[in-house]
Design a protein around this ligand. Structure first.
Ligand code: FAD
Ligand code: SF4
Length: 501
């Protein structure tokens, strides 16, 4: 399904890079490299944990570039005058700027360039779908006719962020304006707005329903893809800049949006409560014991540490697991189930690998770890035993028809192709809708037919005076970087609004 290279040990990749650096005299010789020489440099593979070993632990799979790998990878950049890659970045990072600095070995400067546009590079470098954004437009990828062969922009971003983790940010914080802003939700969108507003001198308080900050980056995306210590480090930086966090505080219950303004004196509110309402298939058997939404399954594992032996909330013991869906959430749930002890894990998806919305890298890692892909297959009912527990699923085989409204080939069931699979756990990973708690208690907020808050795209302003919104609650379930992009727009909109008060 994926055309990524086969696994090579980290030591070997590191040695190959060291030899190449020595033979080419990089980084000193960088300015003398012509386009042809740059194009002949091999794209640097990301070193990873051994696929068999990592199936048994929660540690991060990707280990990160070495310094020499980063220099070689950055040296592949052609420093295009029109920088098409920047147009693919939702927060417009100066990509040639930071990649060039890396190629020259100026790592501190490179990170500072990224930080001008993004405050969460260690997170974005790991989870952004770069192959569909900056890398899709990169000239090197275009020449190689494959965005996966572009300059590995995200891997470089991650390298710089990890290397400069303790680098003191030289961001200036303006004197206090005396204005107060409440932020609902501490996901990437809320954190980005908080950072921008606190820099401008506004008082910022983030209200979070859970006991930890980070949103989906903490309770959804697993430790083996994004270590939680990285998110906590970013939250810590915000605290040191003066942002206040209030945990276990549910807006819509503990306080409404209106009360935040009228009782607590906040001058503006940014609603960034995400899209946390899981979708189900509405097939027979979905109420059986052993059926989970991916949200619940991943939250139990990530936030409540169900994978630890002494966990207060142990997870359901599974041997044969079926995950329904083909996105990042499905890959995360399947790979988590494997690490929690399942002997056999299936991804059941009704289209082919080509249409899968998951990142190529995640599909590749799942394949390496032994996840079984049942493509062109869809469950029609879940079967239970006499104790009401899952014992299997009945599936239908599918074929691809004409493209549907989404532009993807429409999957069509093949009559009479029913078959049974013995399964003890089902996890639905079919996407998320908006949680109605905030909108339901704030009738002044206009929403669309999916329950997402509608906003002015240029400012993030909602239909309610002083209230702004962004991230998944506006976009529908989207991506970290889009949520961050919204956060930046709204921070500007809020600042303008506060100045005019
Ligand atoms: P969220 O991250 O959802 O944060 C919202 C926060 O608001 C949460 O902390 C929530 O607890 C809090 N909240 C909710 N209601 C209330 C309330 N009433 N009061 C107070 N607080 C409240 N994107 C990528 O770019 N790359 C990936 O690889 C990727 N993988 C993903 C894997 C999984 C399993 C999931 C679920 C999503 C993934 N995404 C990925 C999507 C990405 O994580 C989201 O688009 C992004 O986190 C949205 O950010 P946000 O700030 O809008 O919302
Ligand atoms: Fe470098 Fe690719 Fe951007 Fe050109 S498009 S500047 S090669 S990263």
């Amino acid at each position: 399904m994926s055309n990524m290279s086969t696994y090579k040990e980290a030591d070997l990749l590191s040695k190959e890079a060291d030899n190449l650096i020595e033979s080419l005299g990089l980084p000193a010789s960088w300015s003398t490299l012509g386009p042809k020489e740059k194009r002949s440099l091999p794209q640097q593979d990301m070193p990873t944990q051994d696929p068999i070993q990592r199936g048994g632990n929660m540690d991060e799979v990707a280990l990160g570039y070495t310094e020499n790998q980063a220099i070689i990878e950055a040296s592949r950049c052609l420093v295009c005058k029109n920088a098409p890659c920047v147009k693919g970045c939702p927060v417009s990072i100066d990509i040639p700027g930071f990649v060039c600095a890396t190629a020259k070995g100026n790592f501190k400067e490179a990170l500072e360039i990224i930080q001008e546009s993004s405050m969460l590079p260690a997170i974005c470098g790991r989870v952004c779908p770069q192959e569909k954004q900056c890398m899709e437009l990169c000239t090197v990828g275009k020449m190689n006719r494959d965005p996966m062969e572009s300059v590995a922009i995200g891997r470089l971003e991650r390298y710089l962020a990890d290397r400069g983790a303790d680098q003191k940010s030289n961001v200036e914080i303006l004197p206090s304006t005396g204005k107060k802003v409440a932020i609902v939700g501490s996901g990437p969108s809320g954190l980005t707005t908080a950072a921008d507003l606190v820099r401008l001198g506004h008082g910022v308080t983030v209200f979070e329903a859970f006991h930890k900050a980070g949103g989906v980056t903490v309770y959804g995306i697993p430790e083996f893809r994004l270590p939680k210590s990285i998110v906590q480090r970013e939250v810590g930086k915000l605290e040191s800049m003066g942002v206040k966090f209030v945990y276990d505080y549910l807006i819509g219950r503990t306080r409404t949006v209106r009360e935040l303004m009228e009782k607590d004196g906040f001058n503006a509110v940014y609603v960034a409560n995400g899209a946390g309402l899981p979708k189900f298939m509405n097939i027979d058997g979905e109420n059986l014991v052993g059926v989970f939404s991916a949200n619940e399954y991943l939250t139990r594992s990530n936030l409540m540490k169900a994978f630890e032996k002494k966990a207060m909330t142990p997870i359901y013991p599974s041997k044969k697991v079926a995950v329904f869906g083909g996105g990042n959430v499905a890959m995360d749930a399947a790979r988590t189930a494997l690490r929690l002890g399942a002997k056999e894990v299936h991804i059941v998806y009704r289209r082919t690998g080509k249409e899968m919305p998951a990142r190529v890298e995640e599909v590749h890692h799942a394949q390496e770890e032994g996840i079984i892909f049942d493509l062109l297959t869809n469950p029609v009912r879940i079967l239970g035993d006499d104790k009401g527990r899952v014992k299997g699923i009945e599936c239908l085989k599918y074929k691809l028809g004409e493209p549907d409204a989404s532009g993807r080939a429409r999957p069509e069931p093949i009559e009479g192709s029913e078959f049974l699979m013995e399964i003890d756990t089902c996890i639905t990973a079919l996407g998320n809708g908006s949680n109605p708690l905030v909108t339901g208690t704030t009738p002044e907020l206009n929403t669309n037919k999916w329950g997402n808050i509608t906003v002015d795209e240029k400012t993030g302003a909602t239909s309610m005076e002083g209230v702004f919104a962004g991230g998944d609650i506006v976009q529908g379930a989207a991506t970290v970087i889009l949520a961050m992009g919204d956060g930046r727009v709204a921070a500007q909109g809020i600042d303008e609004y506060l100045k005019a008060l």
